[in-house]
Write a protein that binds this ligand. Structure first.
Ligand code: XIL
Length: 354
C-alpha cells in the first residue's frame, strides 16, 4: 500500500478524527471494556506530576518498565531490594489499578553477578529461589506474571528455537518449564504468561517466530506444564505491514489451546516513517489498529498495555532514533500529554462491545 493510501485508510476508519482532547478513562468503564494501561518509570511518578496524572487518568493496569527486573530486585547474590517495586504496587493499589509482574526469566538485563553461575544445579537453585522470593512476596497482589520473557531465538531455526541466556546455557529449554512450575507452586492463582515479540511481521522471521512459539506452547501443553496466557508485546515496526491473516490464525491457534491473549508492550517504532507529525501520527495509529484488529478477529485480548504512555518517556530512541533528528512519536500521548490518534484507536478497541 502506498503511503498516501495508508494515511487515508486511517482517516477513513476515523482513527485520526480526534482533534479535541479525549475524555480520559476517569468515567466508569463498561464492564466488558478491556483494561488499558502502560509500562511505568517509577521515578517519574514522583518527579513529573503531569506524567503521574496522565497515568491516573487513562490507566486501569500497570507494569514496571524496570523495577521488577533482576538488576532492580536482586542486584547482588545476597541482596534483594524491593523499594521501587513496593512503591509502584502501592501506587497501583491506591489508584485501583492492577499491576502485572515483568519479568522472572529473561535473557536481558541480568545483573553481572549472575555470570558467575557455573552449573546446572546452581542455575536451578538461583532461578527457583528468585521466584520463591519475588512471587512469594507479591502473592495475591500481583495476579499476572510474565514468567518467561522473549524465550525464542532472534531467528528461530529447527534445533535452535530457544534464545541464548544464562538460564538456557545451564538448563537448556528446561528453564521455561522450571520457571512456570515454580511460579505456579508459589502462587497457584497467578496467571502464567510467556511474552514474545515480532510475531506479527509478514516476513520469514515473523513466520519462523510464530511457528517456534506454537511448537514451544504445544510441547509445554503436551507435558502438562502450567501456562495460561500469551503476551504479544507489539513493538510494531511503523514501516512494516502487519501479517494480518498470519497473526489472526496464530492467535486462533493459541486460543484453541485454551490460552488467553494479552497485548503487553504496544508501541509503534517510527524511525523509518516520514513526517510531518500529523501524517506520522496517523500512520502510527493505523499500524496499531491493524495489529489490534487482527488479534481481535480471533480473540479478545484480556488487556492492552503500551510500553509507555507519553512520547516524553519512551525506550524507542535507545535503539531506533530518527535520522532527521525529530523525536520519536511511538506512544498514545505526545510529549505534552496530549492524546494522539493512537489513543483514540486504543480507546475504540478496548471499549468496543465484545
Ligand atoms: C526495556 C526498557 O524499556 C528499557 O528502559 C530498558 O533499558 C531495557 O528494557 N522488551 C521487553 C522490555 O520485554 O522489558 C524491554 O524494556 C523492551 C523490549
Amino acid at each position: 500500500m502506498r503511503r498516501r493510501e495508508f494515511v487515508l485508510g486511517a482517516l477513513g476508519t476515523g482513527a485520526v478524527s480526534c482533534i479535541a482532547p479525549l475524555p480520559a478513562f476517569a468515567a466508569p468503564l463498561a464492564p466488558n471494556a478491556i483494561p488499558y494501561g502502560t509500562a511505568i518509570r517509577v521515578d517519574m511518578l514522583s518527579e513529573d506530576p503531569l506524567y503521574r496524572q496522565a497515568v491516573i487518568d487513562y490507566c486501569q493496569v500497570l507494569v514496571a518498565e524496570g523495577a521488577f527486573k533482576w538488576p532492580d530486585l536482586h542486584p547482588s547474590r545476597d541482596s534483594f531490594v524491593f523499594d521501587q517495586a513496593d512503591q509502584l504496587l502501592a501506587f497501583a493499589e491506591e489508584n485501583g489499578m492492577a499491576l502485572r509482574g515483568h519479568t522472572l526469566a529473561w535473557y536481558g538485563a541480568m545483573p553481572e553477578w549472575t555470570e558467575t553461575i557455573a552449573s546446572r544445579e546452581e542455575a536451578e537453585t538461583e532461578l527457583v529461589s528468585y521466584i520463591e522470593t519475588v512471587v512469594g512476596r507479591y502473592k495475591g497482589r500481583i495476579k499476572s506474571w510474565d514468567v518467561v520473557n522473549e524465550p525464542l531465538a532472534e531467528f528461530p531455526k529447527p534445533g535452535a528455537l530457544i534464545r541464548e541466556s544464562i538460564w538456557q546455557r545451564h538448563l537448556g529449554a528446561d528453564y521455561i518449564e522450571l520457571a512456570l512450575r515454580t511460579t505456579a507452586r508459589v502462587d497457584p492463582d497467578v496467571q502464567l504468561v510467556i511474552n514474545e515479540y515480532d510475531v506479527e511481521q509478514p516476513t520469514d522471521l515473523g513466520r519462523a517466530k510464530r511457528k517456534a512459539f506454537l511448537d514451544l506452547v504445544r510441547d509445554l501443553k503436551a507435558r502438562d506444564v502450567p501456562l495460561h496466557a500469551i503476551g504479544l508485546q507489539g513493538h510494531l515496526r511503523g514501516d512494516m505491514e502487519i501479517d494480518t491473516s498470519g497473526l489472526t490464525s496464530f492467535v486462533a491457534e493459541l486460543k484453541s489451546m485454551g490460552l488467553a491473549i494479552l497485548v503487553t508492550e504496544l508501541d509503534v517504532i517510527d524511525n523509518l516513517l516520514p513526517g510531518p507529525e500529523a501524517e506520522l501520527d496517523a500512520m502510527v495509529a493505523a499500524r496499531a489498529k491493524t495489529f489490534l484488529d487482527a488479534i481481535g478477529a480471533a480473540a479478545r485480548p484480556e488487556t492492552v498495555i503500551t510500553w509507555g504512555i507519553s512520547d516524553r518517556y519512551t525506550w524507542v530512541p535507545i535503539w531506533f532514533s530518527r535520522d532527521d533528528g525529530m523525536p520519536n512519536r511511538p506512544l498514545p500521548l505526545d510529549s505534552d500529554f496530549k492524546p494522539k490518534p493512537l489513543m483514540q484507536v486504543i480507546q475504540d478497541f478496548t471499549r468496543s462491545p465484545s
